[in-house]
Design a protein around this ligand. Structure first.
Ligand code: F7E
Length: 326
């Protein structure tokens, strides 16, 4: 068992909660950066951490304030830092490019700079994204595929990726980029398409709703289970040398397939409930993402285990359970 100390930004989110559980299981002391409002409204904002809240050390700080980040790094002196926090909803990034770019890029820069100054031995993980590939030239995408982001979110992640690599090359920081493809779970936020679908199916089954309205049904994504993806993050920081890795299943499915399977799981025909809304289409869409995680498999020994259909079923079941209908 380890007595290492880890600091997580974005600890209240889907990935932050799974990563915290994983690290606690490995014997880590786990610290998290949260916004002050989260501490003031724990019932709502710390809901994913409910079961482990007493074992975590949470620090109020903002990724928009270098002073607050500096204070936390100084106090915690982490051995490992997992930078997961971001404005991560792609659609929103079209509505507010400025705050997406400011928060995501500056937040990463502030954190890297504070780590370099105050805890240079700390191993750093940056949550890169398959959205960096955007309109990719080749399928599947791996660590050598050129980036062509299609949203300010994707652009902010490319900047974070470059900053992280530059701190590794220029200052010798042990800094890694994870290029994670879509990863989902019952803890996914309701604004993302998978959870919108599974919570929508549960609401229809419970008689609380009569339809589900979506945007582009033909977009294809490589969807894995978030619980497994956080293990990939941790593995990246346990290697002799820092590097960048794609984490993905290598399988892709359309939004329509996800919908069909989710409805079919509870015995419903999706064509009776699904409507499409042009307002939900993005100004620049990413049509097809499919990852090649062979480097992670080979070097990290990481593999995905949960199959697409099982992921869909688990998410539908959990949403049905939350409404008391199974
Ligand atoms: O959209 C289409 C939408 O919002 C998936 C984030 O975690 O993964 C995520 O980004 C697809 C897109 O995720 C609706 O147009 C159709 O093609 O679930 P999403 P995303 O944009 O792929 C990457 C790896 C990240 O890094 C991001 O942070 O589904 N779609 N109809 C819809 N999407 C949404 N949200 N809502 C719809 O009604």
């Amino acid at each position: 068992m380890s007595s290492k100390c880890a600091l997580i930004t974005g600890i209240t989110g889907q990935d932050g909660s799974y990563l915290s559980e994983w690290l606690l299981g490995q014997g880590y002391e786990v610290h998290g950066i949260v916004r002050r409002v989260a501490l003031e409204d724990p019932e709502h904002r710390l809901s994913r951490l409910k079961a482990i809240r007493g074992r975590l050390k949470l620090h109020a700080a903002s990724l928009e304030s270098y002073a607050s980040i500096h204070r936390v790094i100084h106090e915690v002196q982490p051995d490992e830092c997992y930078h997961l926090a971001a404005q991560s909803f792609v659609s929103y990034s079209f509505d507010d490019e400025f705050s997406t770019l400011n928060t995501n890029i500056n937040g990463t820069h502030f954190l890297l700079s504070a780590v370099k100054t105050l805890a240079p031995q700390c191993r750093f993980y940056f949550a890169g994204s398959s959205e960096m590939f955007g309109m990719a030239e080749t399928v599947p995408q791996n660590e050598s595929t050129p980036f062509h982001p299609r949203s300010s979110y994707g652009i902010s992640k490319v900047a974070g990726f470059d900053l992280t690599r530059n701190y590794r090359e220029a200052y010798g920081l042990y800094a890694c980029n994870g290029i994670l493809f879509n990863h989902e779970s019952p803890r996914r936020g309701f604004e993302f398409v998978t959870r919108k679908i599974t919570s929508g199916v549960a609401a229809i089954l419970a008689g609380k709703s009569t339809q589900l309205s979506l945007g582009n049904l033909e977009a294809q994504r490589d969807w894995g289970h978030a619980r497994e993806y956080v293990e990939g993050m941790w593995l990246m920081l346990q290697q002799p040398q820092p590097d960048d890795y794609v984490i993905a299943t290598g399988e892709c499915h359309s939004v329509r397939e996800f919908v069909e399977l989710a409805f079919a799981h509870v015995g419903l025909d999706y064509t009776r409930y699904l409507t499409t809304d042009p307002e939900l289409h993005r100004p620049a869409e990413v049509n097809l993402l499919k990852g090649d995680a062979s480097k992670a498999r080979k070097v990290l020994g990481w593999t995905h285990r949960v199959k697409f259909a099982d992921l869909v079923r688990e998410m539908v079941d959990e949403d049905c359970r939350a409404l008391g209908i199974i």
